[in-house]
Design a protein around this ligand. Structure first.
Ligand code: UDP
Ligand code: MG
Length: 313
C-alpha cells in the first residue's frame, strides 16, 4: 500500500529537520518490513510560516524525493493545513496519516494504525494515553471544551487530536465537504465508514514553542461548537425562560416590599436584575452573532486555503 504522512508546519524551523529525518527513517523501516510501497510520501504543508520553514522544506525535498511540499500563501491555520494535505493525498495514496511537525505523538503507533487499516478500518483515531505533558491551563481548558462539546451533542472522540489515519475512500469522502469552517475532529466521525481507535503516548515538544496560541485555541473551540450544533441557541432560549421565572419571583418580592412600605430595600434587587438581564442579552446577541457570522463567511464560498506552490516528485 502507498502511505502518505501529512505534516502541517507553521514556523517549525527548530524541529523540522529532525522530524523529517525521523519520519523518513520510519518510512524506511515500514518499507523494509514490506508494509508500505516505495511511492509513499511525507507531505509537508507550510502554513504560511514567517521563519525559515519554507527554505528548509524545499531543501528537504531536493535531498529526498519522498518529501513533498505544499506552500500556503498565508497562514490559514492548522485545520486547513491538514485538510490541504488530505486533499493532496486523496488521489495519490491508499491511506494518509496526519501528524504534528513537533512529533509529540508517538510515531511507533503508525504500525498500529496500519494494523487497523489492514483489518478493514477506513478511519483510525489516535487517542492519547494521558495529558501529563500538558500544562495545567491546557489540560483544564481542553477538558472544559470536550465536556461542552458532549453537552452540545457533537460526536467527538475524547483525547483524540489530529493524529489519525484515513483510507483513500475516507479521504475522497472528506473532499466532498465544502464548508468553510473546518473542525476535523467533529467532521471525521460524520463520514461514517468502519473506524478503530489506537492509543499512543504523548511526548514533550523537543524544540520550539507551541504554535497554538490562546487565540488560535479559542477560535478552534468556537468553530468546533458553532459549526456542529445549534444547541447554544436552545440554551439561550431556556435561559430566557429561566430568567423570566426568576423575574416573576423578583416582581412578587418587590410588590410585597412595596406593600410593606420598604421601598428603598428593593433597590438592590432592581440593580441586580438589570445587571443579570444585561449580561444575558449580551450573551444571547453574541451567540446569534456567531451564527450570523458563520453564514456570512459560508455564503462567500471563500477558498479555505490558497496554495502558492507544490513540490512533488
Ligand atoms: N500549526 C499550523 N498552523 C497554525 C498553528 C499550528 O499548521 O496556525 C501546526 C504546527 O506546526 C504543528 C501542529 O499544527 O505541526 C500542532 O501545533 P503545536 O504543536 O504548536 O500545538 P500543541 O501541540 O501545542 O497543541
Ligand atoms: Mg505540539
Amino acid at each position: 500500500m502507498i502511505l502518505y504522512l501529512v505534516v502541517p508546519c507553521y514556523n517549525e524551523e527548530e524541529v523540522l529537520e529532525t522530524s523529517a529525518e525521523t519520519l523518513l527513517a520510519k518510512l524506511d523501516r515500514l518499507q523494509a518490513a514490506g508494509r508500505i510501497e516505495e511511492e509513499s510520501r511525507i507531505v509537508l504543508v507550510n502554513d504560511g510560516s514567517s521563519d525559515r520553514t519554507a527554505q528548509i522544506m524545499s531543501r528537504l525535498h531536493e535531498q529526498n524525493p519522498r518529501i513533498s511540499c505544499i506552500h500556503f500563501s498565508a497562514n490559514f491555520g492548522h485545520q486547513n493545513a491538514v485538510l490541504a494535505g488530505y486533499h493532496f493525498a486523496a488521489d495519490k495514496c491508499d491511506a494518509a496519516i496526519s501528524i504534528d511537525a513537533d512529533l509529540q505523538q508517538d510515531i511507533e503507533a503508525i504500525d498500529l494504525f496500519l494494523d487497523e487499516y489492514e483489518k478493514g478500518a477506513d478511519v483510525v483515531y489516535g487517542v492519547r494515553n494521558s495529558r501529563d505533558t500538558d500544562g495545567f491551563f491546557k489540560k483544564a481548558t481542553s477538558q472544559i471544551f470536550y465536556q461542552l462539546m458532549e453537552w452540545f451533542g457533537t460526536k467527538t472522540i475524547p483525547n483524540h487530536a489530529d493524529y489519525r489515519l484515513l483510507s483513500r475512500r475516507a479521504l475522497q469522502a472528506l473532499s466532498e465537504y465544502g464548508e468553510g469552517n473546518i473542525y476535523l475532529r467533529g467532521l471525521i466521525p460524520t463520514l461514517g465508514f468502519p473506524s478503530a481507535i489506537v492509543h499512543f503516548d504523548v511526548k514533550d515538544r523537543t524544540a520550539g514553542s507551541s504554535k497554538y496560541t490562546l487565540s488560535k485555541m479559542l477560535r478552534l473551540a468556537a468553530d468546533g461548537i458553532t459549526s456542529f450544533s445549534i444547541a447554544p441557541i436552545h440554551f439561550v432560549f431556556m435561559m430566557g425562560i429561566l430568567i423570566l421565572l426568576v423575574s416573576l419571583i423578583v416582581m412578587l418580592v418587590t410588590l410585597i416590599d412595596w406593600i410593606r412600605g420598604n421601598v428603598v430595600s428593593g433597590w438592590t434587587t432592581i440593580v441586580l436584575s438589570v445587571w443579570a438581564l444585561g449580561a444575558m442579552q449580551l450573551i444571547a446577541i453574541g451567540i446569534v452573532g456567531e451564527y450570523i457570522g458563520k453564514n456570512y463567511i459560508e455564503t462567500k464560498k471563500r477558498p479555505r486555503y490558497l496554495i502558492e506552490s507544490v513540490e512533488h516528485k
